[in-house]
Design a protein around this ligand. Sequence first.
Ligand SMILES: Cc1ncc(C[n+]2csc(CCOP(=O)(O)OP(=O)(O)O)c2C)c(N)n1
Ligand SMILES: [Mg+2]
Length: 373
Amino acid sequence: MSVPYDDWAQEAPAATKHLLARTTATASCLGEDQLASLVAALDSAENPVLILGPEVDAESANDDAVRLADALNAPVWIAPSPSRCPFPTRHRSFRGVLPAAVQGITDSLDGHDLILVAGAPVFRYHQFVPGEYLPDGARLIHLTSDPGEAARAPMGEALVGGVRDTLSRLAGGVTPNRCPPLAALPDFPAARTSSERVHPEELFELLRGAAPDAAVYVKESTSTTGAFWSQADLAHQGSYFFPAAGGLGFGLPAAVGAQLAHPDRQVIGLIGDGSANYGITALWTAAQYDIPVIIVILKNETYGALRWFSKVLDVGETPGMDVPGIDFTSIATGYGVASTAVRTGHGFVHAFNNALASGRPALIEVETQLTEP
Ligand SMILES: Cc1ncc(C[n+]2csc(CCOP(=O)(O)OP(=O)(O)O)c2C)c(N)n1
Ligand SMILES: [Mg+2]
């Protein structure tokens, strides 16, 4: 907000009373007939699947999504390139994050006759893998509160309305499925390790063990998305934030802001060594306002995701990809944030526990193995 010049010093005119008395409310929800046909579609589907997106978490509809998944006894995927986590990742219905590619999505959804997408774009196709947009014979229904997303979708029947309201009414409206419940998820896959540096899977596995309950993760390390989701145990609303359109520079300041907003939850920033430079000044804010966020810098000394992209696009060795020679502990010290550099999993857990116990802002630089997203 910008307040021009001397406005603060002026008396408000009498007509301001109208402004103060204004109200606005959102009243966008499905009509009874629309809901009834949606219930009928779900009830008559042989093998429905739910795809959930960031609006679910933004509207705090996570529990409604669980009730619907339980009633339908249906698998649940997170829509591609998620900026939030809309569903508990250890629930028996959870199947993971859809790949951000046309054919990849179709392959993952093969065999489903009804695809219900709630609170997500249809779809984010970040990676160009042409193919079929939908499995043969599948019907796609798109619930969103964003008319822009409804207009942009290349297929499907869009219904624009409050996502939480719709999920909640659907959960109470569908006929509960009588098949035996889906099998419980297997244990987490064994994290890969590295002899030289810390493998991101190992880092996220250790973090899962060391982080307090209901921790909030703000992530901006682009080459470690697969590693993160393979080890993630996120059970609560508002547990995960990632730059929605991919623009870097959000992560570090957002982690500081999230900690300010959540004094009751530990916020952990998982920030790539490239991305960290885009908003490094947030460390000053954390120090000056004593905001006890823990920032973990994943130091693989390169723009890892771009390296992967240059391989996918077959452009050969590309200049300007690496970011060697940055000492984030010195930078943190300069801004007044306590910091440690580690290069083993054991060292990380020790540093993390110290950071937690300090109750102060802290930065941990971890030398990590380069991986592909
Ligand atoms: C503002 C902005 N500039 C450039 C990019 C392009 N970009 C996408 S991923 C990436 C690499 C980020 O590297 P790092 O933070 O080290 O994470 P890593 O991939 O190594 O895990 C870059 C530069 C972007 N998404 N946003
Ligand atoms: Mg990097």
